[in-house]
Ligand binder design. Structure first.
Ligand SMILES: NC(=O)c1ccc[n+]([C@@H]2O[C@H](COP(=O)([O-])OP(=O)(O)OC[C@H]3O[C@@H](n4cnc5c(N)ncnc54)[C@H](OP(=O)(O)O)[C@@H]3O)[C@@H](O)[C@H]2O)c1
Length: 350
């Protein structure tokens, strides 16, 4: 690429916003031209407005940028990465799409619209083409593309090869979700220290339908969700990053753990996604040790973009069970959005 594409980050000071800044540092295709956040931060240099919590240092170019308000008049960029709370995203994201920007969002505000993809280039890149219908229907010259919620991420990637090979009927999941998934400052330390909180508002509902849309198909300009069932219980645990999910499955055609492991290990991303800068390779890592994956040891596998599976074994009630881990603020949020934007560039959809 001879010239880098100008991009902006909305919600740049938060948990996901900081990941965007870190992952966009030296990105081969994108150059950050604007950072936006709330009125509390607008007008301040990024280093003053943001309490940086990542272990990688804040890039020098970001430290000096002055935060602006998230409006198309103040932010001129071809791609707009949104890490806004859902309530704010509802009005702000369409304003950018109308003004011609490709909005790559982490918020849930538009995920359930049939013409808005929850995009995973390594499993269903073809769903990106729904944005052509989205533009036509809504009269936008830009678009909105979303990520899933961060618990559905590793789950959906691991389910894809199993669905293709054996068919899925029922999926039961129990999550153990990191504290960074609640944003910054998130859950109070007095609530989470030495504790597990068995409730995350709205999360179970999202995990029960988002993977079905991610693994769905494009029919007459809309995404039709896949027709298996998911039942979810979600928990917040005392871990900084990395969401772990225990999965029990009923398949359409019986499979042994060895067959499932082979299918997971051999899984390859579709051609459209293979060479993108954020593509994980391999997409799925299957660990053989009886006590892996673990968030602290395995969340950064494949620069935080890989899906790590372990403990694949028979289930005495259903067919199979396993554990899956994914980095919630990288593959589950900012890294996933970059991957989605890269696919749009490659498919000439900007
Ligand atoms: N954390 C995760 O693992 C994760 C994963 C997937 C998806 N998501 C989704 O990603 C989004 C961001 O999550 P987060 O965890 O990064 O949240 P967060 O840490 O609370 O950050 C929120 C960001 O939005 C800005 N903001 C708040 N109110 C605003 C307003 N009225 N106008 C403009 N900007 C405003 C904040 O700016 P100020 O600093 O100025 O207040 C901050 O930059 C949410 O929709 C979340 O559901 C999060």
């Amino acid at each position: 690429m001879s010239e880098k594409i100008p991009v902006a980050v909305l919600g740049a000071t938060g948990s996901v916003g900081q990941r965007f800044i870190s992952l966009l540092d030296n990105h081969p295709w994108f150059e950050v031209v604007a950072l936006a956040a709330s009125d509390r931060s607008a007008g301040k240099p990024y280093t003053e407005a943001c309490r940086w919590v990542l272990t990688d240092p804040m890039p020098a170019w970001a430290a000096e940028m002055v935060i602006v308000q998230p409006t198309p008049g103040q932010v001129e960029a071809k791609i707009v990465f949104s890490a806004l709370p859902s309530g704010q995203a509802k009005d702000i994201e369409p304003a950018f799409a109308r003004a011609g920007a490709a909005v790559c969002s982490n918020a849930s505000a538009y995920r359930d619209e049939p013409d808005v993809p929850i995009l995973f280039p390594e499993v269903t890149p073809e769903l990106i083409h729904v944005i052509k219908d989205q533009r036509q229907k809504r009269g936008w010259s830009g678009s909105i593309t979303t990520n899933s919620n961060c618990t559905s991420t590793g789950l959906s990637v691991a389910l894809k090869p199993l669905k293709d090979a054996f068919g899925l009927k029922k999926v039961f999941v129990v999550s153990m979700q990191a504290v960074s998934g609640a944003g910054y400052p998130g859950v109070s330390s007095l609530d989470i220290t030495d504790n597990v909180i068995p409730y995350i508002g709205g999360e179970e509902e999202k995990v029960e339908w988002e993977p079905r849309k991610i693994l769905g198909e494009l029919v007459n300009g809309e995404i039709k969700p896949a027709d298996f069932l998911i039942s979810a219980q979600t928990n917040r645990v005392h871990v900084t990053d990395g969401h772990m999910v225990c999965v029990n499955l009923e398949l359409e055609r019986k499979a042994s753990p060895e067959e499932a492991i082979e299918v997971l290990r051999n899984y390859q991303a579709p051609q459209a996604a293979r060479d993108l800068p954020s593509a994980p390779n391999p997409v799925i890592i299957v660990r053989d040790e009886p006590d892996r994956p673990q968030p602290r040891l395995d969340r950064s596998t494949g620069r935080g973009m890989a899906t790590v599976v372990g403990r694949v074994r028979p289930d005495i009630i259903l067919d199979l069970r396993f554990v899956v881990l994914s980095h919630n603020t990288i593959r589950g949020a900012a890294g996933g959005s970059l991957f989605n934007a890269e696919l749009q560039v490659k498919e000439n959809l900007l």
